[in-house]
Ligand binder design. Sequence first.
Ligand code: MOS
Length: 745
Amino acid sequence: MKFDKAAGPNPTDAKKIIGQPHDRLDGPLKVAGRARYAYEFHDEAPNAAYGFILGAGIAKGRITALDVAAAEKAPGVLLVMTHENAPKQRFKPGESSPQLHNPEIYHYDQAIAFVVAETFEQARAAARLIRVDYSREVGSYDLDKARATATVPTHYNGDNSDTAVGDLDAALASAPVTLEVEYRTPSQSHAMMEPHATMALWEGDRLTVYTAHQMLHWAKRDIANTLGIPQSRVRVVSNYVGGGFGSKLVGYGDLTLSALAARQLGRPVKVALTRAQIFNHTSQRSATIQRIRLGAGRDGRLTAIAHEDWSGNLPPERAGNTGAPSENACFQTRLLYAGANRMTATRQARLDLAPGYAMRAPGEAVGLLALENAMDEMAEKLGLDPVEFRILNDIQHDPEVGPERPFSNRRLVECLRLGAERFGWNRRNPKPGQMRDGDWLIGYGVASAIRDNLVTASHARVRLLPGGRLRVESAMTDIGTGSYTIMGQTAAEMLGLPLSAVEVRLGDTNFPEAAGSGGSWGANSATSGVYAACMALRAKLAARAGVNAEGVSFADGHLVSDGRRVPLADLAQDQEIQAEAGIEFGDLTKTFAQASFGAHFCEVGVDRYTAEVRVRRMLTVASCGRILNPKTARSQCLGGMTMGIGAALMEELVVDKRLGFFVNHDLAEYHVPVHADIPDLDVIFLEGDEDANSSPLKARGVGELGICGVGAAVTNAIYNATGVRVRDYPVTLDKLLEGMPIPTI
Ligand code: MOS
């Protein structure tokens, strides 16, 4: 089914089941420990051997000598694979992941050997016996130093070219109020709960990989490319995924090495990365430097807006299947605010660290940390309330293109106004350092949120089984987000069945290819695929009932046509009726600027003696098109807000700039917010939000919106509390304390 014009009325508008806060279908399985993750397919391979990846101890250079004799003789060892004996593999940048294919070291903890043994402990112990000699080369590990050599990235598929409209320099020169600021954000790690893990199993020349992955058809393509076998011989299973955040959009050493070793040994091989390996072996969000220039009239209207970003990465031929994207922190600035004279520019420098890759709203998540702080600084210069300043610069079309490219649905102003009212924004004192609660300095902060709305092809099969139950099958993934539930809700709504009559099976490439989970495109695209399949099934059922498909409706387990009611169970009495179809998206995202919007409001307390920051409460008002399930959508936003608090206050991969690796490679020292850090968070979705230009479901992306802008609301609140503006994320108390007055005791 092609989606190339605005969706008219359709069966999903009934919203008897869609739009309702149904509990997650997979909830009981997870609570009971019965949802199986990649490492847990014990029954399928009771004789699986265990692999352990040995990572490089240097960041850049080459292996000059390897001694594996002791490892090979160690108890239980079945195989020691290094670049000296690894099977030949193929490399296609961004679409393959060869491992151990040469003696070169591209980044610290890159795989240099793979040991397979009867037990995990034996494999790990043997790996420690391998002796390696390296010749070390000088690498580039410091974005500040590499910045001067940064260039426009040309290899990446996104639109990295500079944009410019009007005469920015003239507008800045003539603006009565201007701002020029530079912000820094650090490298960050995805830090999802489930480590990367794969079990590979060969049956003849057919490979099955049970792996933790967000995008099954990418995994299938990548492994087939790497091994040089047809995709038709690869099956990827990923029924449940314990979080991804971008880290599992691609595969790493576990995926390729388990497949290679299992083939060689004629025995299933499983491997899970240790927590410590994840930080340097996989990928990370690149650090950024961002320069923002704003110019405005005294009336507060922006006349000039410029955003440049610098990030770093390995060259694409060294970045595995990530494709070495840049962290496009300036992209949202092309769309968010009005301003006749404007520019954005993305620059990428070479860094010899683990590949920089998509993480939790790549681009916007860190771009808004800078832009929304700069907007706060500018509002203060203009003497304007930061909420009013944002509202004043709202725009209903793509500001780089003009009115011919309107937003499909943009309700940022309503988000800001409703949020301000519910939060009690009018209690804020615009002068920093004035609000107190005992020894706590209190501050309020606001930030806008925007996240691009992406949609992608997605297919599903729906089967009306004898007895009248409906089964949905799709290679979609559920990475903890609620895919099972909303896809079940869609099918139930479309066929007029209760949700309890629907079963959903996901995460297997034996099912029709689906959107996968990434870039907030999953929910909207995958439910649209279910919609297409259900439309096809409705037509088949109508034909079977001998009625015209046009006037038919489905309700209460019946097909209804001209007053005739036929139980669905009767139609499928003697044989199952199934339909498979998918959605393909045309170019409506080009005709209409499409994005989800929101506004975050935050209250912090800062200890006036120690500069300890506590977030005290936070409210997000979001506009994401139709909300398919308010419960799962709310959970997505709460997660995003929590991550935003982490970005503001604690998340940082610390680079050893001499040796070139992330030092804090565990969750004891890579800090993410825990329960004690997260107070009362609330989310409101705007009522009546339906985006007919986005999809048949009239929804937009939700998953990543919650993180976009949050960190800036936190740091703007810190400024309001203290009068100290830290432009180097995260805002840890040492940076804050320097600027705070010494309190009189
Ligand atoms: Mo997302 S960072 O595209 O999983």
